[in-house]
Design a protein around this ligand. Sequence first.
Ligand code: NDP
Length: 491
Amino acid sequence: MTATPQRTRLTWDYSPAPESADHVRLRDAYGVFVDGEFADPRSGRAAPTVNPATEQEIAQIAVAGDEDIAHAVRTARAAQAKWAALPALERGKYLFRIARLMQERGRELAIVETMDGGKPIRESRDIDIPLAAAHFFHYAGWADKLPYALAGRAHRPHGVVAQIVPWNFPLLMAAWKLAPALACGNTAILKPAETTPLTALLLAEICQEAELPAGVVSILTGDGATGAALVRAEGIDKVAFTGSTAVGKDIQAALAGRDVGLTLELGGKSANIVFEDAAQDQAIEGIVDGIFFNQGQVCCAGSRLLVQESIADEFVARLIDRVETLRVGDPLDKNTDIGAINSQAQLDRITKLMEAGVAEGATTWTSSCPLPKNGFFLAPTIFTDATPSMRIAREEIFGPVLTTMTFRTPDEAVTKANNSAYGLSAGVWTEKGSRAMGMAAALRAGVIWDNTFNRFDPAASFGGYKESGFGREGGPSGMAAYLEPDEGIYR
Ligand code: NDP
């Protein structure tokens, strides 16, 4: 019998749906934000921030030096006692005001986040910016309820806190850091990442619009050297850092023996574990979201896929079919699934680790999707036949690259998942509730998602075990990092 000839072939495609950036008004150059004002940096230095999708310069950004840091610490110190002495309800009102202004300027913030960092507009519009505003709302509500958050124990703010954030979620990480710090009565000096300073600078404008007292928030842009100098500066009472484990270790060493509080939110190599009874279509969507959200540049990315051996071949084949449909391209296009990698340096790091995977003998599959000619783009890639000793199974790749392994029993899944220097998150896909609960108890990870992945909520705490860092962000436990025990009574 001959096969029925294919008489029609429909090609389904999307027309471009670019978000307009016409209404965004950025300055050509930004100074540092200290004492409630933008000013030229005392260092006299500046560097460009570049759109990673076009490689075009967007603006010149101040590179803060030692004198800028000393000035910011002085003004933050001068403002702190008054800020902490405000009735807590009043502090909360400022945070509510900032949250509302972030919502009002939400579209502009989303576009700027996408232009500066390369993430798809769908993500910055629907996740980064609303969640950032939600963190301010959440901690605004806690400002006058601190004793309830900490079981009635008396605490006081640390004082002046230095906060260093990375480039993968620039505004969201700034909100995770600033909102609880301010709610607890601290003043803060924030250093955004060199490649993504713009939304933090727009947040500085929002602080001005909200009439936040001068010195309560300072934004010091700059490079790694600025961050290194900031954490070592005299007059800092607490450091909160999110970024790579290597820099986290350097900061920990620099602060050893000093009376400076520290919380570290570092890297991850998180396992997404699929059992044979899982709802496969749902699991595939979760795996895709787990590793390709924000081009895989996510500390808690589900970068290690563990599939039960009995379904592995079928599951991986279906996963590959699904990933083949993802669209890589202009981050400002609302149809784009995967945007640009944040920088050339990050693209180089990812490709180097991919080469290591090939050299070590894993099988590679790469999507055939077309890539734009300019900009830092990478097609989604899946490694199969990987073993736990390979670099692609151990090191944080921080890109759209999934490493797949198999397991036979739940115990083996736990052993393989826990066989990591990190312990930030994990996903468990099974229809059996008792198995999900058992796995959650056995996995050494700070966040465990059951039949979902990458769900974030300001009320839920987030943080890691082992080399993923210490301290928690989000929810009531996120405030513990910004308070210290006190014999006195709450103000
Ligand atoms: P870094 O850890 O270097 O950067 C994070 C932040 O720390 C940035 O603001 C950076 O400034 C600043 N910084 C850099 N060096 C120092 C220092 N010595 N002291 C204080 N602050 C410093 O990450 P990278 O940008 O270099 O990324 C490298 C790798 O780190 C990635 O491939 C990824 O694996 C991992 N990473 C993990 C993140 C996470 O959320 N867990 C986030 C980002 C990266 P600047 O940007 O100006 O250099």
